[in-house]
Structures are given as structure tokens and as C-alpha cells.
Design a binder for this molecule. Structure first.
Ligand SMILES: NC(=O)CC[C@H](N)C(=O)O
Length: 321
């Protein structure tokens, strides 16, 4: 890896970014009308369907943002990347991959179809709901509250934001509308994937999905992934490189649910979306990017957010492939 001071700055890598963003945000916002805010978790239905914001941070700490970047939203599925990393740090690769596979499903994020169809009935990957629920059961801690504290501490460390909190209102809302996730968890328990009580595992899972964040927090976490687990701002290796490599591979193959192939072709960057409209992505080695746009397309990804990232990637030729 290049020494940090040799890494290109945001403005070197993405010249005239601020000017372009102004125009692109206006254009991409027009997509919002074709999307819908998630409503299967009632609290998420309160998201602003017209919002679109983006934040960038480079290894030198330079930042740029545009649009509705004050929007606070819950991490939802974006959190799954980081609970996977924590589970890998707690348990190592072998144990984690006894519980979840390494392949995309081609099905929607909340599908449990293949759990029954394909033996041995472990979730296909850690970024679908079934897989992330299995991962939640692997987080270490001396008690339930210790596990919740460790998870929150991990996110605070990665964002450098000590004010990060669980949004208990969204958590309660998820808990009240959890029939599908609950049925998945019982299925996993019957298959021997979950060893603890379904309620305790779901408590962890819904909590990490309910962490409040902004685009800036996403960009900050993206920056550490972009630098293979090294946080150039705190100047610390926060996550072993090997685990970040695993997480980024999953982001490319499964991070945008069953639209990951399309996203790889049109944007070509590792990314993870959440059903509240966030997208975390990164330019390898250099820049972390956070996007929010609560109106979703039919696959559950931010409709304007994906459109904005397509413009960005095409203009600056950012595809890794
Ligand atoms: N796609 C998502 O962001 C899904 C996460 C959400 N908490 C759920 O379990 O349904």
C-alpha cells in the first residue's frame, strides 16, 4: 500500500466534484418520484421520499458533501457488513463459514426460499436477512447487554462518532413487524444454525439495523474499508485486512441484494445498501462515500442514490473492473 501522504486527495481523484455534484443531485432527484419509501417497517415510512444526499471523505480527512446530507436514517442492511466483520474478529473464518455461505442468492433480501431448497440449510451469504441473523448469533459478549454494547462500540469506533445510538423507536417498529424475520430465525434454529434463543438473536439483529447515522458516518466507515481496515484518520488498523477483503467481496457480489450484478456493471464499486435508503460505497485505496435517498426501487435500493452513483462512476471512470 502507498504511504498515506502519497494517496491522492479527493480533489485530485475527483476534480471539479462540487460543481458536478450540484447538477447531478438535481438530475438524480427526479428519480425519487419513481421510487417508494419502505413501509413494511412502519417507522421507515416516515422517511423523506424526496431527499438525496452524498458525502465523501479521503485519507487526508478532506470532505465534500452535497444535497440533503443532514438526513438521519437507520443503517438497516448496511450494518450487516460490520456485524460480519465483528463476528469474523470474534470467531475467525472457519466458524463463521460453518454458519453462512459465500454465494449470492439471486432472490430478494428477505427470502427464505433456498434455506429449504438447498442443503445443509445454512443461509447463502451474510448480507441477506437470514445470513445476518445467523451472524448476529455469533457476536461475543458476557450477557445480552454486553453484546449490544460491543456492537454499538464497534460502530462508534468505525465512524469516530461517539454520539451514535440505537434508535429505539425504529427498533420497536421492526420488532412489531418481524413475522418474516422471526420465521426465518426459527427455521435457522431448527436447522441447527442458531444455538441461542430466537428472541435474543433477533434483539441483536434489529438493534444493529436500527443504529441512527448520516451519510458522513457511512463515508467514514467506507474510508476504513477502502484502506483495507486501516483508518487513516485515527491512524489505526481497526480491522484485519483479510476480513475486510471478505467483506468487500460480499459487497460486490451481494451488497445491492439481487441487483448486485447490475450495480457491478453500472457502477463497479463495492457497496452496501439498506432499506431506509442508505448506500455505503468506496473508491478502493482512497475515498469513502455515503449516500442517502429513502425512495427505493423494486429491489430495495435507493433509486436516486443508485442513479447518482452511476453518474459519478461513469464520469470519473471509477469501475474496478
Ligand atoms: N434490506 C434491509 O435493509 C433489511 C433490514 C431490515 N431490518 C429487515 O430485517 O428487514
Amino acid at each position: 500500500m502507498l504511504p498515506m501522504n502519497a494517496l491522492p486527495t479527493l480533489h485530485e481523484r475527483l476534480p471539479r466534484l462540487t460543481e458536478h455534484l450540484e447538477q447531478w443531485i438535481i438530475e438524480s432527484k427526479k428519480q425519487c418520484q419513481h421510487g417508494k419509501v419502505a413501509s413494511y417497517i412502519p417507522e421507515l415510512a416516515k422517511g423523506n421520499a424526496k431527499a438525496l444526499g452524498i458525502h465523501f471523505i479521503d485519507a487526508h480527512g478532506n470532505e465534500t458533501s452535497a444535497g440533503d446530507t443532514d438526513t438521519v436514517f437507520t443503517l438497516q442492511s448496511i450494518s450487516k457488513v460490520f456485524t460480519l466483520l465483528l463476528a469474523l474478529m470474534d470467531n475467525g473464518e472457519e466458524l463463521v463459514f460453518n454458519k453462512v455461505g459465500m454465494e449470492p442468492t439471486g432472490d430478494s433480501f428477505n427470502s427464505m426460499l433456498k434455506l429449504e431448497l438447498v442443503q445443509p440449510g445454512i443461509p447463502f451469504n451474510p448480507l441477506i436477512n437470514a445470513g445476518a441473523i445467523a451472524i448476529s448469533s455469533l457476536i461475543h459478549g458476557s450477557s445480552q447487554s454486553d453484546k449490544l454494547e460491543r456492537v454499538l462500540r464497534f460502530f462508534r469506533m468505525l465512524t469516530g462518532n461517539e454520539n451514535l445510538q440505537y434508535n429505539e423507536t425504529v427498533f420497536e417498529s421492526e420488532l412489531q413487524s418481524a413475522d418474516l424475520n422471526r420465521s426465518m430465525a426459527y427455521f435457522l434454529k431448527d436447522n441447527g444454525v442458531l444455538e441461542q434463543s430466537v428472541d435474543d438473536v433477533l434483539d441483536i439483529y434489529f438493534h444493529h439495523c436500527s443504529i441512527d447515522a448520516t451519510c458522513k458516518d457511512l463515508a467514514r466507515m467506507g474510508l476504513t474499508l477502502a484502506n483495507n481496515g486501516y483508518d487513516p484518520i485515527q491512524q489505526k488498523q481497526l480491522i484485519p485486512k483479510r476480513y475486510v477483503q471478505i467483506a468487500k467481496s460480499f459487497m460486490v457480489t451481494c451488497g445491492m441484494y439481487n441487483a448486485s450484478g447490475q450495480f457491478a456493471i453500472q457502477v463497479g464499486l463495492p457497496a452496501k445498501s439498506g432499506v431506509s435508503g442508505g448506500i455505503l460505497t468506496l473508491i478502493p485505496g482512497t475515498i469513502g462515500i455515503g449516500v442517502i435517498g429513502p425512495a427505493l426501487n423494486s429491489k430495495g435500493n435507493s433509486i436516486a442514490g443508485v442513479n447518482l452513483l452511476e453518474k459519478l462512476s461513469q464520469h470519473y471512470d471509477l469501475s474496478m473492473f
